[in-house]
Design a protein around this ligand. Structure first.
Ligand SMILES: Nc1ncnc2c1ncn2[C@@H]1O[C@H](COP(=O)(O)OP(=O)(O)OP(=O)(O)O)[C@@H](O)[C@H]1O
Length: 309
């Protein structure tokens, strides 16, 4: 038996004539929260829907816990909990009624249904709303119920498609916390188009751009990758530009105005500190210094170019 929780090989899908995803490869064999990052239309939902057996791929292989999704969908799907982009909630049911129905749909042994429902409600912090109609819950609590239905049968893999979309900052904070807790016991894959969302929640990051996987590594590796390589500073009494150009570690200097400069450097280590010290020593009168980070669009562009070169 393979010990991969998820194995995806050369997964490709087209809607009509246009390819939504092409040759996606992915292997996960450990617990934790894995982020799938991509801008709108990048192919995240298509990948997740195929992974969960909701959509049939045009080409490629999906195995969950060693079971091929196309050959043995029942065994594969037993191992998955899925919260699609539009949570499949029944607004007219109470939280308890809905989760009980989900437990039956997941073929949990009848005698174990009440304890499974109680456990999922407790884990997701919705037990105190057990008798409330789902339609009367806030967005954050609706998402919690959505996550509860995804974990009720104790799956190995939990797939959450943009679970924090449309929530307010407090609700986002709480739902992220819940996702991290679920990730301590299960493999969680969750998608977002917001980089900070993935950075705050995930140990690993997979980036999709234009239907292709452009980056797959740990969050630390990604954060190192996007280390800033420029800064902007304002000097009210600047030296000659050649002085800045010759400063140790500086690669190039662009004068944005007579007092504002963009400095490109090779290594972020200590450059800001050394520039501040020099400003004090030589009386440059620094009033601003800030590191510039690449935008998500720039990162995607860099990674996509690297991939195709
Ligand atoms: N049912 C469909 N029919 C035709 N094209 C589709 C269909 N579903 C998705 N697409 C197209 O496939 C591409 C990938 O869409 P997908 O929904 O997988 O992206 P996404 O990364 O999840 O984006 P979003 O965050 O906007 O949902 C897009 O160009 C989209 O327009």
């Amino acid at each position: 038996m393979e010990n991969n929780i998820v194995k995806i090989n050369n997964l490709s899908h087209r809607y009509g004539a246009s390819w939504a995803i092409e040759d996606i490869n992915l292997e996960i064999s450990e617990l934790g929260v894995f982020g799938l990052l991509g801008s709108n239309g990048a192919g995240k939902s298509t990948t997740m829907n195929i992974m969960c057996g909701v959509l049939n791929q045009t080409r490629g292989l999906v195995k969950i816990g060693g079971y091929n999704m196309q050959d043995d969908p029942i065994s594969a799907k037993k191992l998955i909990g899925f919260l699609p982009q539009n949570a499949p909630l029944h607004m007219e049911l109470t939280v308890h009624e809905y989760l009980t129905q989900c437990a039956h749909l997941r073929l949990i042994d009848k005698k174990d249904v009440p304890s499974s429902v109680d456990k999922a409600m407790a884990k997701c912090g919705v037990a105190h709303f057990r008798n409330r109609l789902i339609s009367n819950l806030s967005g954050g609590y609706k998402q919690r119920v959505g996550i509860a239905q995804a974990i009720i049968h104790e799956p190995k893999l939990v797939v959450l498609d943009e679970p924090t979309n449309g929530l307010d900052p407090n609700q986002i904070f709480e739902v992220r916390k819940l996702i991290r807790e679920v990730g301590e016991e299960k493999c969680v894959i969750f998608s977002s188009h917001i980089l900070s969302e993935i950075q705050a929640t995930c140990s690993q990051i997979k980036m999709i751009d234009n239907g292709k996987m452009v980056f797959s590594d740990t969050m630390d590796a990604f954060n190192n990758y996007i280390q800033p390589d420029s800064l902007v500073m304002t000097l009210l009494n600047p030296p000659a530009i050649s002085t800045l150009q010759n400063f140790d570690g500086v690669q190039s200097v662009v004068a944005i105005s007579s007092t504002r400069f963009r400095i490109h450097f090779a290594d972020v280590q200590s450059i800001t500190e050394r520039l501040i010290r020099a400003s004090v020593e030589y009386g440059w009168r620094m009033s601003e210094i800030s590191l510039e980070k690449s935008s998500l669009d720039q990162i995607f562009a860099q990674l996509s170019n690297q991939k195709s070169s």
